[in-house]
Design a protein around this ligand. Structure first.
Ligand SMILES: N[C@@H](CCC(=O)N[C@@H](CSS)C(=O)NCC(=O)O)C(=O)O
Ligand SMILES: [Fe+2]
Length: 265
């Protein structure tokens, strides 16, 4: 007997979900054969992605954009995987949530926080263009990508196969430019000069996604991003007319993030 319509839909959804799950697991496993351990982590209230990267051999690890509310979850995972967390690396001074960097520093001996020197925020490591964060045999190179904020940076893996773009480039979108020194012209130039010049198959991992997507590629965004495929003039017009409500936590998040997340750096 054939499946009913609803049952068929359910089966298709299940197959897609399990494919996504096994696909992601297979992808992580494939990277581990290259000596890089990788996990994408999600905080649902702010729709923020954090990224855990570690050297399989030395177990040294970096956590990109940790969130205060998920510090205990992340520490448990780091402990379970037997990793030594070296750096909490921020892509920018976030306006919508408090970074986990300060609390992590209290919990992990020797851990260093990192942020751009242009962010106006305090951290142990103040980053500029070309700087490298090293963990075991791996490293992340800093590309300055201002525009959403002055201190936005993109972290790129040594083989240029992954870029952690913060809020500069989101999947089929980009960070807003209406507060925190935002400048749409600067953002357009940053994305075109510093991200779209990476290899086409370089995977793009943003700091947020509001539509349930997890990653993209440079080629995909060059082709399908509805804002950044436009001319500069059209882009500026789009950004001037987003009319987004300001992030609910902006008044507590920005001051906290300027001091690395409520805690002493
Ligand atoms: N509703 C959220 C804030 C959503 C928001 O403004 N997101 C920022 C990134 S966090 S600074 C953004 O740039 N969005 C771009 C867009 O096109 O949505 C909250 O209240 O926290
Ligand atoms: Fe942001």
């Amino acid at each position: 007997m054939g499946l009913g319509l609803a049952a068929r839909g359910f089966k298709a959804a299940l197959t897609a979900a399990s494919w996504r799950y096994t696909g992601l697991r297979a992808y992580c496993a494939r990277m581990e054969t290259r000596g890089l351990l990788f996990r994408q982590l999600f905080e649902s209230e702010s729709s923020t992605y954090s990224y855990l990267l570690a050297d399989v051999e030395s177990r040294e690890a970096v956590l990109i954009d940790p969130v205060l509310e998920t510090v205990e979850r992340d520490l448990k995972l780091i402990d379970e995987l037997g990793l030594k967390l070296k750096v909490a690396a921020n892509t920018h001074c976030h306006a919508d949530h408090i970074t986990g960097s300060g609390l992590l520093k209290q919990r992990v001996f020797g851990l260093k926080s990192a942020i751009s020197v242009h962010s106006g925020a305090a951290a142990d490591i103040m980053l500029t263009e070309g700087d490298k964060i090293t963990f075991g045999r791996h490293s992340l190179t800093v590309r300055e990508t201002p525009g959403h904020t002055d201190g936005c940076i993109t972290y790129v893996t040594g083989d240029q196969s992954m870029a952690f773009t913060g809020d500069a480039l989101l999947i089929r979108g980009c960070g807003r430019t209406d507060f925190q020194q935002g400048c749409s012209k600067k953002l357009y130039e940053s994305v075109h000069q510093k991200i779209f010049t990476l290899p086409g198959d370089c995977l793009v991992y943003p700091a947020h996604d509001y539509k349930g997507q997890t990653l993209s590629t440079v080629d995909e965004e060059k082709k399908f991003n509805p804002r950044l495929t436009k001319s500069l003039e059209e882009f500026v017009k789009i950004m001037d007319n987003l009319n987004l409500p300001k992030p609910a936590k902006i008044d507590i998040a920005v001051p906290a993030n300027l001091v690395c997340g409520l805690h002493e750096v």
